[in-house]
Design a protein around this ligand. Structure first.
Ligand code: PLP
Length: 425
């Protein structure tokens, strides 16, 4: 007999492409039927068949406090009573912008949008408008949302499905997108040399988390800071995942490298749809209505989403020890993998972001990530799912820890991963 999830997936396929509203959710890379979720609390997520699973996807990052945190839910409920959307400014937006500026000082002035995609798209427009240049450099395997110009050698779902470039994006739209290799200074230098005075910005995930988790080599981010300055280009940190995850100050605080523009998403919305982009006033004053760069949004700064974001940041701010707790838990899982698999599996960790690659080589860029054994990953995924542990349904996504993960659940996860690894090694 079919499970409820199987029935729902069949029904979903009739009116939603592939049955899902974002491709990786379809579980194609791991050859499974996706679980349809009905609720989530703390570190557990429950599907339509009543399976309660320990969740390491955390809604792809926003769930740093765990699901349905009592304070966030209360604040959202309260906000709902006042009305869902006004299309006019609210005090909540000021509060969120103040919190962002306080925690991420380089974002002195920021604008709220409704997704990470929108934030990045807008930041790139600002960089181009400010520098009056057209070209940008991105890195192979870094994902910056699905806007046309950035869907080149992207990570995440685009990597999982082996179609880094999407059909439907005119060549013209990507001709100004130059692609360098992550952690490879020479590849960046070469592009600057060949396109002097033409590069508006370098955009990078300061910790790449959309080709699995790939850490910047020592000095790589500092190098990007220097070379952009040297050529009069802006440095954009896409901190949609790393923002408020590696620490209150994001990756720029963690690595002490300050970009010109930053994009946020995921955690900043506390589980609701928000993105943000920002930088120094001098740059951001180019944005409409102050300046000539147009960018707008009907639901931008939505009061309910803003309420969820404010409460989430407030909780993080009140409890900065959360980051050492998170890193410690991720370290336990990383340690458990190493203990059984030794050098046969590569584990990359930055705080509460974990990447477990089924390859004996060090993963430091797109090529080394892509060399992973994805069939092995599918086996690993299935083994864990059958034991009520829900990890990303793709080798090329991060494992996310939340403050709600209990010691018991971490211990069970370590044991189960250990069992799987012993069975294949
Ligand atoms: C998720 C993500 C995006 C896109 O955000 P959406 O809210 O999915 O549009 C952009 N950049 C990075 C680094 C991301 O991880």
């Amino acid at each position: 007999m079919d499970t409820k999830s199987q029935e729902l997936f069949r029904r979903a396929g009739l009116h939603i492409p592939g049955g899902v509203n974002s491709p990786v959710r379809a579980f194609r890379a791991v050859g499974r039927c996706p679980r349809f979720i009905v609720s989530a609390h703390g570190d557990r997520i429950t599907d339509a068949d009543g399976n309660e699973m320990i969740d390491y996807v955390c809604s792809w990052g926003p769930g740093i406090l765990g699901h349905a945190h009592e304070r966030v839910i209360k604040r959202v409920q309260k906000a709902c009573e006042y009305g869902l959307s006004f299309g006019a400014p609210t005090e909540g937006e000021i509060r969120l912008a103040e919190l962002i500026a306080e925690l991420v000082p380089s974002m002195e002035v920021s604008r709220l949008v409704s997704s990470g995609t929108e934030a990045v798209m807008s930041a790139v427009r600002v960089a181009r408008g400010f520098t009056k240049r057209d070209k940008i450099i991105k890195f192979k395997g870094c994902y910056h949302g699905h806007s046309d110009g950035l869907l080149v050698k992207a990570g995440s779902g685009a990597l999982t499905t082996s179609v880094p470039d999407s059909v439907g994006v005119p060549q013209d739209y990507t001709q100004n997108t130059l692609v360098a290799s992550y952690n490879d200074k020479a590849s960046v230098e070469a592009l600057f040399l060949a396109n002097q005075e033409e590069i508006a910005a370098v955009i990078v995930e300061p910790v790449a988390a959309n080709m699995g988790v790939v850490l910047p080599k020592d000095g790589f981010l500092e190098f990007l800071r220097e070379i952009t300055k040297k050529y009069g280009a802006l440095l954009i940190f896409d901190e949609v995942i790393t923002g408020f995850r590696l620490g209150l100050g994001g990756a720029q605080g963690y690595y002490q490298v300050t970009p010109d523009l930053t994009t946020l998403g995921k955690i900043v919305g506390g589980g609701m749809p928000i993105g943000a982009y920002g930088g120094k006033g001098e740059i951001m004053e180019m944005v409409s209505p102050l300046g000539p760069i147009y960018q707008a949004g009907t639901l931008s700064g939505n009061p309910i989403a803003t309420a969820a974001g404010i409460e989430t940041l407030q909780i993080l701010k009140e409890d900065p020890d959360i980051y050492s707790r998170l890193a410690q838990k991720a370290g336990q899982i990383a340690g458990a993998v190493k203990e059984v698999a030794g050098e046969k599996v590569c584990v990359n960790q930055a705080g509460s972001l974990l990447g477990i690659f089924f390859t004996p080589s060090l993963v430091m860029d797109y090529e080394s990530a892509a060399a992973s054994d994805t069939t092995r990953y599918a086996d690993y995924f299935g083994y864990l799912l059958d034991r009520d542990i829900y990890v990303a349904p793709s080798q090329f996504e991060a494992m996310f820890l939340s403050d709600a993960h209990t010691q018991e659940d971490i211990a069970y996860t370590c044991r189960t991963i250990g069992e799987f690894l012993s069975s294949i090694i």
